[in-house]
Design a protein around this ligand. Structure first.
Ligand SMILES: [Zn+2]
Length: 82
């Protein structure tokens, strides 16, 4: 399913582009550009909630990754000593 327009995940309003820039990527085979666009909800209050949710989600993912890494380290240690 492809959405024709970028809509807000909270209120469903079409998002507006507030910032866009082009990044030039250099690779062995040459250069290419990527266009970045930041889209936000036209409702500032709603956008703030979305931002908060994203930040919370990011933090949760980071914590999970750290826990996983710690477990992995612990497992390696026990493996070695056994
Ligand atoms: Zn919204």
């Amino acid at each position: 399913m492809k959405k024709p327009i970028n809509v807000c995940s909270r209120c469903g309003k079409p998002r507006i582009a507030v910032k866009s820039w082009v990044e030039l990527i250099k690779t062995y085979s040459g250069e290419y550009s990527i266009t970045h666009t930041i889209n936000v909800c036209p409702d500032p209050e709603c956008q703030q909630k979305v931002d908060t949710e994203i930040a919370m989600h990011k933090k949760r993912v980071e914590t999970l990754m750290q826990e996983r890494q710690a477990r992995e380290e612990e497992r390696k240690k026990t493996k070695k000593s056994a």
